[in-house]
Design a protein. Structure first.
Length: 254
């Protein structure tokens, strides 16, 4: 990724919905997605998290503290449902789960789940010094079926400010919530135009998804009635967005 250029002032601060729909969704289903920010990495291999962070941090386009990577989960047994969370050549480190997962929703549907992990390795100076957020796509949005489970992970080095685990977790939740509030405020500010830039992004994403479906690129059956309705849609962006949201819900439930 040498020579990767971004505009001055650029910061990669995606919301959870954006990570799932604009990065993980196309990555899992073999479609194009924005390159150069979320890279492929084996988080459950021989490298420790600090080595991975060092290797990937300088590749970040805005030199941010968080790194975002795609990784493939590894099952403990071939036919089992549990995943191996040990890391490092010695296998003494482990990503320990801190919650059962938080569902992420968009357009009234479940689009994925976010789980939080903490690096544990008693006796190591890096014990309890790394945090990971793992995003997994909802099964209803997985169009390409294979044996691999690809997830998108955020890896963050904990600050050494002496904050408690609870304080750190609360600060992170506030940070993620504030991003959602900012997006909601943008929608509110643009109500006079009926639609804002983020809504156009959603419309473009859903429209591309539908067009791919209609052209036979997805493994789903297009409802003829819905297709006819789509062809009758006028120039109203709100009507198109409402139709596409209904189509996505129909596709998931059907």
């Amino acid at each position: 990724m040498g020579g990767y250029q971004v505009p001055v002032g650029y910061r990669f601060r995606p919301s959870e919905e954006e990570l799932l729909l604009h990065y993980l969704f196309p990555r899992v289903n073999g479609n194009d997605y924005p390159k150069g920010v979320v890279l492929d990495c084996d988080l459950y291999g021989t490298k420790e998290p600090w080595t991975i962070w060092r290797d990937f941090h300088h590749l970040s386009p805005d030199d941010q503290e968080d790194i975002y990577v795609f990784t493939t989960l590894k099952k403990k047994t071939p036919n089992g449902s549990r995943f191996c969370r040990t890391v490092g050549a010695a296998g003494t480190g482990v990503w320990k789960g801190e919650d059962s997962g938080k569902k992420i929703r968009a357009c009234g549907n479940d689009i994925g789940i976010r789980k939080r992990f903490r690096y544990m390795n008693p006796g190591s100076p890096h014990d309890d010094r790394w945090i990971m957020l793992e995003f997994q796509l909802d099964e209803s949005l997985v169009r390409v079926r294979n044996k691999e489970t690809i997830v998108l992970c955020l890896v963050r080095k904990k600050e050494t400010s002496g904050k408690s685990k609870l304080e750190e977790r609360q600060n992170h939740e506030v940070d993620m919530a504030s991003r959602g509030e900012i997006q909601a405020q943008h929608v509110h500010d643009d109500q006079q135009q009926h639609i804002d830039a983020s809504t156009y992004d959603q419309l473009r994403f859903l429209d591309d998804y539908l067009m791919n479906d209609i052209e036979g690129e997805q493994d789903t059956m297009v409802n003829p009635t819905l297709l006819a309705q789509y062809g009758q849609q006028g120039t109203s962006t709100e009507d198109q967005l409402r139709f596409l949201e209904d189509y996505l819900m129909n596709d998931i439930e059907g």
